[in-house]
Design a protein around this ligand. Structure first.
Ligand code: URA
Length: 234
C-alpha cells in the first residue's frame, strides 16, 4: 500500500500534507527517513513512524466493546462523550462504525468494525441476527409470553411498526433475558412498556452466538479474530 494513502486513511494528514511531512523528513520506514511518500509499504511488517510515533494499521478491524453507561453510541457528539472517546488512539484512527447502537444508559456488548459487509450483516433486519439483553424492570414482569408474539410498537419517529416475536430466555420476577432481531429505537424499553413496566437496567449480553467477554472492564475493547466474527453472523 502507498505510504501517503495509508497515513491519510489513518487521518494523520491529507495525502498532500503527508507528502510535505515526508519532504520535511518526518516519516521513516524501518528506521530510514523516507522523502517520497508515494513509496509502497507493507503495514504488517514494516516499522512506520511519523514524527517519532509508531503507526499501526489494520486492513480490517473489528472490536468488541463492553460499553459503559453514560456514553453515547455515536462517532461524534456535541454534548456527550461517545464510545469512540473510550478507544485508544491507535483504534480511533481507524474508520470504525457501530454495528447496532445502545442507548446512553445501556451497557454491554457493542461491535465496532471497519468491515462494511459485517456491519450490514449484524444490523440488517433481513439477516435476522438475534441480540440478547439482560433486563431489570421496576416491577415484577407479568404476561411475558406476550413478548413472544408479534407486537406493534412506535419507532423513533413515532411511526407504528410490527416487531418480530422475541425470545424469552429467562424470566424471574423483575428480571428477564430477551432476544430480539431488530434494533429499533428503545425497542426493549418500549416492549417493557407494553407490559406496564419500565426498564431500570439494560445490558446487551450476546449477539447471535458471541457472548460479551465479561473480563472486559466497562469501556474496554478487544479485537475480534475470524472465529469470533463468525459467531456473530453464523
Ligand atoms: N433496546 C433499548 O431499549 N435500548 C437499547 O439500548 C437497546 C435495545
Amino acid at each position: 500500500m502507498r505510504l501517503d494513502k495509508l497515513l491519510a486513511n489513518l487521518q494523520y494528514a491529507s495525502r498532500k500534507h503527508v507528502k510535505k511531512l515526508a519532504r520535511d523528513g518526518l516519516i521513516s520506514v524501518n528506521n530510514t527517513i523516507i522523502k517520497d511518500a508515494s513509496q509502497h509499504v507493507d503495514p504488517d511488517n514494516d516499522i512506520i513512524e511519523i514524527g517519532g510515533e509508531r503507526v499501526i494499521y489494520y486492513e480490517s478491524l473489528t472490536l468488541m466493546m463492553n460499553k459503559r453507561r453514560g456514553v453515547v453510541s455515536a462517532r461524534m457528539d456535541d454534548r456527550d462523550l461517545t464510545v469512540m472517546d473510550d478507544l485508544e488512539p491507535v483504534y480511533q484512527r481507524h474508520d470504525l462504525h457501530i454495528a447496532g447502537r445502545l442507548d446512553k444508559d445501556t451497557e454491554g456488548l457493542l461491535i465496532l468494525t471497519t468491515d462494511g459487509k459485517l456491519l450490514h450483516d449484524i444490523i440488517s433486519p433481513k439477516k435476522a441476527i438475534y441480540k440478547y439483553y439482560e433486563v431489570i424492570a421496576d416491577k415484577e414482569l407479568k404476561d411475558v409470553s406476550r413478548l413472544e408474539q408479534p407486537m406493534t410498537l412506535l419507532d423513533g419517529n413515532n411511526i407504528p411498526y410490527e416487531c418480530q416475536p422475541a425470545i424469552v430466555e429467562y424470566h424471574e420476577g423483575k428480571q428477564l433475558v430477551i432476544g430480539i432481531k431488530e434494533g429499533k429505537f428503545h425497542q426493549v424499553k418500549r416492549m417493557m412498556h407494553m407490559l406496564d413496566a419500565n426498564v431500570v437496567y439494560l445490558k446487551r449480553i450476546r449477539i447471535n452466538n458471541l457472548p460479551l467477554d465479561e473480563t472486559l472492564a466497562p469501556g474496554e475493547v478487544k479485537p475480534l479474530d475470524e472465529a469470533a466474527i463468525k459467531k456473530l453472523i453464523e
